[in-house]
Design a protein around this ligand. Structure first.
Ligand SMILES: [Zn+2]
Length: 558
């Protein structure tokens, strides 16, 4: 190989290696691949070292997305091959044995869970079950200003909807005494100190990598005073002794406890000193026997370093961490804060507005639980980001509903027609063309109702069909009965859905995904339905019955 080719090939191998290993390429693996490709490289190793060092440095300096884009551009086949293997089913977890896997489902009860949360909950749940282990639901409720009962209930409701049955439920705020005990242990080990610097000063010193005086002076007494309520909110914090010069910013003496004088929805006024997330998390994962943590790679290795450090100091057990690509929700607002604003402005009707991707909204819209399981299995532990958008959710949901949803007729802009020569009779239509979902019986005569859109297309001299009913011809502006059988029907001509002219037809309203409502009429058989049933209105789409009383449906998708 020429030097120029080596440079190019090394860059490609480094990109691939980095994508496969959390964004970090290693020189060794690139050398191995180059030699495997051309053994003459062996003799040049010394000479090409600077090239390799430069290449590794360059690749490791790229962002995750840039690494993906670069390799895709240079060698798409190689790029795609990375994911073919990963996405086939759900790979085995490292360090996993049957019956000895415990995962956790860790919502913060500060928002309504959405489709992204559902998938991460499911991955943890599916893997626990795969190894006949346990999945623990843990509410991360140690921020009294954010947590509330409303959201705890929303999580329970959401889990029930997607079919997750946790083996145990824990509230982190029930373990406050344990957090305090571990904090005391750290102070006694001289690994934590009460810091009286204000927020600004702490920020400045952390930026500069300098310690404050509190670090050396602090004693257990100040901590005890803090717990007793001697200090007010903002007056002091408990900080971990990390490394003020670390390149990993979170290791620079992070705050692990702060004072929040705010009643907790569950603990009421019992506590005023609350642990920060990384401290609480490290302790909970260890004391509840979690063996595997499956989480999105946006969490970041920096915080893992901090959590591992806390566990090491306290002699707590570490977990196996498996990171997968983040979920990007596109085409829908998922941020709780933004949704709250939209509700206040009246742009959406509430947390269950079908334009949203909260679980509450998806349930109401007719997205079935199997859809979440299917997407979770498709995504698996893939390292690439997954775009969760309506087209993915809808297409998976459609595939599942196609065989399960009974079919009915709904007409949005009704036009009454008379087909001369059509005789009175009773016809029986299946609710599904291939599955046995029951029958609908219609009494028909010569008067029917069809869509205005279809009516406008009728042309003189042509033959049309009322779906599974009869053929008719338009002649001199009249509609005339032609035949019953589908056999005499010209290929490709318009087949329309219809209703018999009848006082039993039902006024029906459908809420569309842009928030508008469509009114129309539907067949009387809809009376058999109950709230929550999902149907397919033929030539219209799938809809879920939201209110029996009002015959009010919500549009799911085409
Ligand atoms: Zn200080």
């Amino acid at each position: 190989m020429e030097k120029k080719d080596i440079e190019k090939q090394a860059y490609i191998f480094a990109l691939e290696n980095a994508i496969r290993h959390d964004g970090r390429a290693s020189k060794g693996s690139i050398i191995g691949k180059l030699i495997a490709m051309d053994s003459s490289v062996k003799a040049m190793l010394k000479k090409i070292q600077p090239i390799l060092d430069k290449t590794v440095k360059k690749v490791n300096g790229l962002g995750e997305q840039e690494q993906h884009d670069e390799l895709k551009k240079l060698d798409e086949k190689r790029y795609n091959s990375i994911f073919e293997k990963q996405e086939k089913g759900m790979p085995e977890l490292p360090n996993a044995e049957k019956g000895k896997v415990t995962t956790r489902i860790p919502p913060e009860p500060s928002k309504y869970p959405h489709v992204g949360h559902a998938l991460s909950f499911l991955l943890n749940y599916i893997y626990a079950k795969k190894y006949e282990g346990k999945a623990i639901l843990r509410f991360e409720d140690t921020n009294p200003q954010k947590s509330s009962k409303e959201y705890v209930d929303a999580v329970h409701e959401g889990l029930e909807y997607i079919g997750i049955k946790p083996d145990k439920t824990i509230f982190a705020s029930d373990d406050m005494e344990k957090f305090y005990k571990y904090a005391e242990q750290l102070i006694k080990q001289e690994k934590a100190y009460v810091c009286f610097c204000d927020k600004e000063k702490v920020r400045k010193l952390r930026n500069e990598g300098k310690v404050c005086k509190c670090r050396e002076k602090s004693s257990i007494k100040e901590w005890k005073d803090m717990l007793k309520g001697k200090y007010k909110e903002g007056e002091c914090t408990l900080r971990l002794k990390g490394d003020m010069e670390s390149n990993n910013f979170v290791m620079r003496d992070p705050i692990i406890f702060r004072i929040i004088d705010y009643p907790h929805y569950r603990q009421k006024q019992r506590y005023k000193v609350w642990p920060m997330y990384d401290f609480e998390n490290s302790i909970e994962d260890s004391i509840t026997g979690i063996t595997h943590i499956l989480r999105s790679n946006e969490f970041g290795n920096m915080r893992i370093e901090l959590q591992n450090y806390i566990k090491e100091l306290l002699g707590l057990k570490k977990q196996t961490i498996v990171q997968y690509g983040r979920f990007n929700i596109t085409g829908a607002i998922s941020q709780g804060r933004e949704i709250r604003e939209m509700i206040e402005k009246g742009e959406v009707s509430g947390w269950d507005d079908p334009q949203l991707v909260t679980l509450k909204a998806l349930k109401r819209k007719g997205i079935v639980k199997e859809t979440f399981w299917e997407i979770a299995k498709q995504v698996g532990l893939s390292k690439t980001p997954t775009n969760l958008d309506w087209s993915l959710i809808n297409s998976v949901n459609r595939k599942i509903l196609d065989d399960k949803a009974p079919r009915y007729f709904f007409i949005k802009k009704p036009v009454k027609i008379k087909i001369e020569g059509a005789e009175e009779r009773t016809i029986e239509l299946g609710k599904h063309p291939t599955k046995d979902l029951g029958k609908r019986v219609f009494k028909v005569g010569s008067e029917f109702i069809i869509e205005e859109e279809d009516y406008k297309q009728l042309q003189d001299g042509k033959i049309y069909r009322l779906m599974d009913c009869l053929n008719f011809k338009k002649q001199k502006n009249k509609l005339i009965f032609y035949s019953l059988s589908y056999k005499e029907f010209p290929k490709g001509a318009l087949i329309m859905h219809w209703l018999p002219e009848s006082k039993d037809n039902l006024k029906t309203t459908i809420l569309m995904d842009d928030g508008s409502e469509i009114e129309g009429i539907a067949e009387s058989h809809l009376k058999e339905l109950k709230e929550g049933d999902i149907v397919q209105f033929q030539r219209f789409g799938f809809c879920r019955l939201d209110s029996e009383e009002k015959m009010y449906f919500i549009f799911s998708h085409k």
